[in-house]
Ligand binder design. Structure first.
Ligand code: HAM
Length: 417
């Protein structure tokens, strides 16, 4: 037997209603906030993520599914959605429309990570990206959209963690301070972080190795080194959140694992998730559009991990079993009756009625047993006599009542709908 690849999941029929509920909530909330759905390819040119997400990130260094296609191109399965959306925004000239451009997505992503609860190699994200929103209120719109989505699904006990990681100007000075700090511990850092020390020291703060995390705990914090403009942006964002009475905590340790962020970064965490407690991560990326070949354009977004969201909902005791029970099961005896049954079932289905019939060559008794198992609301048995007469007994399975009805689709439709 061939099993599914490590770190992947089958979404089984019993889980589909919950996935649909989540997706429906995403569509509804985005509509209210004026965000439009967009879809991009599952795979992209590898250089998009190298340049977009950043060469010294874990995602690019260790986790990408990269391969050469038959034409010799280097292709990567998308590890996230932002870089692809920026590419598409530029390539399709979406900047030519009145700004901001407000987009959302429901996508699968691929990262070669060590699988554990809440960490998969194929996972799904609901995310939004807002391009060309220049005011501080944009940050708040995006953050509150995420919160509104969780509220729509009645997700409890979430914490919004907020931080600012500054702009290239203040980051440059801060990076020097970080290098000075980490240099003292250079020997103890993991090999990857030794390399990062002079290239991108902020990534050390994000390193998952226990020794690096311990050293990073006392490293200088970006929030204490913001330039005046970044400080003002952060203060105003907080003032908006306060005005909207959105609870949050400032968490100076949030640096995010991807290189494109500037200024506002945020993560929404849940205590019911264990080690992988972040269900939503996002922030501003004011330099990314330009980095990928577009005009300077401000951007901000987030992505929510849907498998993690499902873990929270299940831990909260949510069980979405909206079974698909047929309105009518038509049992048949013999070939002629079966032909009639198939036509009847097809016509009722065309009218939107969930009707079922036998596809396994069962006996009438077994067909009725199966109809019971399916939870059919009405049943009917068709044989030669019924077809000749043009009438049959329609049984209400809840009350046990039986009624003779004409075998004409409109009559049956009216009786069972
Ligand atoms: P991220 O923090 O890498 O950000 O991922 C966002 C969310 O995706 C995480 O908080 C988590 O819930 C989920 N996630 C990430 N990796 C895995 C995994 N291996 N298994 C299961 N779930 C996972 C981004 O992807 C950014 N593109 C978000 C963003 C959008 N920033 C601005 N716009």
């Amino acid at each position: 037997m061939i099993n599914k690849p490590k770190g992947t999941q089958d979404i089984l029929p019993q889980d589909s209603p919950l996935w649909r509920k989540i997706e429906d909530a995403a569509h509804r909330v985005c509509a209210a906030f004026g965000y439009q759905e967009m879809r991009t390819p599952v795979f992209e040119d590898t250089s998009l993520f190298q340049r977009g997400v950043g060469d010294s990130t874990d995602v690019v260094q260790k986790e990408m599914y990269t391969f050469e296609d038959k034409g010799g191109r280097s292709i990567t399965l998308r590890p996230e959605g932002t870089a692809s959306f920026v590419r598409s925004y530029i390539e399709n000239s979406l900047y030519a429309n009145p700004q901001p451009t407000k987009l959302y997505y429901l996508i699968s992503c691929y990262r070669y990570e060590k699988p554990q609860s809440g960490r998969l190699r194929e996972f799904h994200q609901f995310g939004v990206e807002c391009f060309g929103g220049t005011t501080d209120a944009t940050d708040v719109e995006v953050i509150t959209l995420a919160l509104r989505f969780f509220e729509e699904l009645d997700v409890k006990d979430l914490v919004l963690n907020l931080n600012s990681i500054g702009c290239p100007v203040c980051k440059k000075e801060y990076n020097q301070k970080l290098v000075e700090y980490f240099k003292q511990y250079e020997d103890k850092l993991c090999d990857t972080c030794k390399e990062r020390l002079y290239k991108n020291p902020m990534r050390i703060i994000d390193c998952k190795s226990p020794i690096c995390s311990e050293i990073a705990a006392d490293a200088p914090k970006m929030i204490d080194h913001l330039c005046a403009d970044c400080q003002e942006h952060f203060d105003k964002t907080r003032a908006y959140l306060d005005a909207l009475k959105v609870p949050y905590q400032v968490n100076p340790n949030i640096v995010r694992g991807l290189d494109y962020y500037t200024r506002t970064v945020f993560e929404i965490t849940s205590s019911s998730l264990g080690a992988q407690s972040t269900v939503c991560g996002g922030g501003r990326y004011n330099g990314l559009v330009e980095e990928l070949g577009g005009k300077p354009t401000e951007g901000i977004g987030f992505a929510i991990g849907l498998e993690r969201l499902i873990l929270i909902l299940k831990n909260q005791g949510y069980s979405a079993v909206t079974e698909q029970t047929p309105a009518l099961y038509v049992a048949s005896i013999g070939e002629e009756a079966d032909m009639f049954t198939q036509k009847l079932v097809f016509t009722l289905r065309s009218k939107g009625i969930h009707a079922e019939s036998d596809l396994c060559g069962r006996s009438v008794k077994a067909q009725m047993k199966y109809a019971n198992k399916l939870g059919a609301k009405f049943t009917m048995v068709l044989g030669e006599d019924e077809i000749k007469r043009g009438t049959a007994d329609l049984k209400n399975m809840e009350t046990g009542e039986t009624q003779s009805v004409s075998l004409d689709e409109d009559t049956i439709y009216t009786m069972i709908k």
